[in-house]
Design a protein around this ligand. Structure first.
Ligand code: FNR
Length: 338
């Protein structure tokens, strides 16, 4: 298990995401700005908390010595900036208590900070509660990662219990539940099904960044190469999931910089999660430099919003979007399919 966690970290670090679907979205330019950067408010209220930014550190780490070190660094950053922080799947600690401290290191660093536990649907509702307890978590994330599992040589092959298990967990635990992908995106149909069984928070986590089929392929002799194109992008997922009434859509997957964050918010996301970005940050730079770069990231989000005349996230949603033909085709084909 600990080796698998380290393999994931090293493979993810190797991946480069120079272009993705966020480049196919442009926000209408605005030359006569009338907003001061210092007046841009990017705070967001969610789960009964107000966060100073809409950014969260998404699920990655725990279950090995290296991932303990990563969690320690990530939670330090989460505390400084008030980011909610998700851990990697706590299944490692549930199977073997020796890994508890690779997650609990977050409790020490984050103090009163906002913690999100993570688990998959192969675990029972009692295990989901254990995951919450180990971390004293405010929220539980449940990942849907079938594409990763079937590519993983030792992965799960049983999925038909997933929907029932999800309902059981939602009814059993006393914290809000976010259902997330792991980098392959979620269609409107999936989100509507989730909504029909009581899910209120969805992280579409689409293609465009970390690719877990490619990561698992690195661990196989016989690569399932063409499957690496599976999934829909974060941008496509956001476009497919416009105007849901009773479900909050979070965006993650391929967020590379401040402009991607702004675009994800403009496309309707309530909050924006970054995994690969934060992993590379803490594995490449010392803590002082990491903090400086995150500060610049936040300043850039506010700066770009001022350029767009958006003094709040709500006003950002009014900015006109211009889509490349690929995305227009996606939107049209999805309309026809419905
Ligand atoms: C992940 N991700 C992940 N997700 C999850 O729900 N549980 C997990 O245990 C993990 N583990 C994990 C390890 C590593 C090293 C990485 C990089 C990622 C997936 C992650 O939360 C996110 O959905 C994807 O990585 C897409 O976002 P980025 O990386 O493109 O920002």
């Amino acid at each position: 298990m600990s080796n698998r966690k380290d393999d994931h970290i090293y493979s993810a670090l190797k991946q480069q995401h120079v272009t993705n679907d966020f480049d196919k979205v442009r926000l209408l330019s605005n030359s006569l700005c009338s907003v001061d950067v210092q007046d841009v408010d990017i705070s967001v209220s969610m789960f009964g908390h107000t966060f100073q930014t809409p950014i969260y550190i998404n699920a990655m780490s725990g279950g090995s010595d290296l991932s303990k070190e990563v969690n320690q660094k990530l939670s330090f950053i989460a505390r400084i900036f008030g980011f909610p922080m998700a851990t990697g799947s706590l299944s490692a600690a549930i199977k073997d208590a020796q890994w508890n401290d690779s997650f609990q290191v977050i409790n020490h660093e984050l103090n009163e900070g906002f913690k999100i536990a993570n688990i998959g649907l192969s675990r029972s509702k009692e295990d989901a509660q254990k995951a919450i307890d180990i971390l004293d978590a405010d929220v539980l994330q449940i990942h849907l990662n079938a594409a990763q599992e079937i590519t993983m040589p030792e992965g799960d092959r049983a999925f038909k219990h997933w929907k029932d298990r999800l309902v059981e967990i939602i009814e059993f635990v006393h914290v809000p539940v976010i259902v997330k992908e792991v980098g392959f995106g979620m269609s409107r149909e999936t989100v509507e099904t989730l909504q029909s069984i009581g899910v209120k928070y969805v992280d579409v986590s689409g293609k465009g960044g970390t690719n877990f089929i490619s990561i698992e392929n690195d661990r196989r002799d016989n690569r399932l190469l063409s499957f690496e194109s599976y999934g829909i992008s974060t941008v496509e997922s956001l476009l497919d999931n416009q105007n849901h009434k009773n479900v909050h859509i979070f965006a993650s997957g391929g967020i590379r910089d401040a402009y991607d964050i702004v675009k994800a918010l403009a496309l309707g996301a309530y909050m924006v999660g970054l995994s690969g970005y934060f992993l590379k940050l803490v594995m490449t730079h010392d803590m002082d430099k990491s903090i400086q770069l995150v500060k610049e990231l936040i300043d850039d989000v506010k700066g770009i919003m001022a350029v767009l005349n958006a003094s709040s996230i709500a006003s950002l949603k009014e900015v006109d979007k211009i889509f490349d033909q690929d995305l227009i085709n996606f939107i049209n084909q999805r309309k026809k399919g419905k």
